[in-house]
Ligand binder design. Sequence first.
Ligand SMILES: Nc1nc2c(ncn2[C@@H]2O[C@H](COP(=O)(O)OP(=O)(O)OP(=O)(O)O)[C@@H](O)[C@H]2O)c(=O)[nH]1
Ligand SMILES: [Mg+2]
Length: 240
Amino acid sequence: MAEFADQVALRVKAGDGGHGCASVRREKFKPLGGPDGGNGGRGGDVILEVDPGTATLLDLHRRPVRRAGNGKQGSGSNRNGAEGADLVVRVPDGTVVKTEDGEVLADLVGAGTRFVAAQGGRGGLGNAALASPRRKAPGFALRGEPGIERSLVLELKTVADAGLIGYPNAGKSSLIAAMSAARPKIGDYPFTTLTPHLGVVEAGQTQFVAADVPGSWCTCWTAPPGPPGSRAASRSPTWM
Ligand SMILES: Nc1nc2c(ncn2[C@@H]2O[C@H](COP(=O)(O)OP(=O)(O)OP(=O)(O)O)[C@@H](O)[C@H]2O)c(=O)[nH]1
Ligand SMILES: [Mg+2]
């Protein structure tokens, strides 16, 4: 039976920027050769990217905290710190990214679509970059900025491939519960189901999404019966 996740909470933490370095150049017979501390490296971003090979959010459900790499500290001889590695998190096509309060941040549609979920911190400047005509040899460097950390809710918009329609109490919910991992309420009275339920059905190599449509939605006639004996009177009900 296919396992399926259509909504997950995800915590993303971008990399911190590396600290700048305070260093003074040393050469033989030249004890104070000027500032040569390098800058810290930028922290990595956490990026969400649509991957057509990913079908569900299950992987994120299993590992709900994702971190990008931190930037490295700068060092002497004007060496800048290495940048932190970006983290690319693969999500299925049709993933909606929201804040915990439900505000939509991105609607990711189409292979390769990207969204920077958390931006890495900037690296701190080293004392070489901080030198100015008025302050030729600063004895300090700047700290790197911390990376953004936030909580998101990812939702997968799913479109059903097939819908089960039938009279109220016909057994639609029982059928989808037997075919898939969906667990709609089953009751021996009509109108048990009030909102549609989706289930992923695995049949051999193929996978499809079936929807359990509420019985109450299926009982709308498209046309009233006509006068006795007319063609309209003999017309069978059409389900909507
Ligand atoms: N005898 C018999 N009973 C069934 C079968 N399938 C379901 N039932 C029973 O029929 C009743 C209704 O089942 P549901 O699956 O809730 O029916 P439904 O079509 O989803 O109903 P609504 O959501 O109210 O439209 C339950 O009591 C089930 O146990 C079946 O194949 N045989
Ligand atoms: Mg039902």
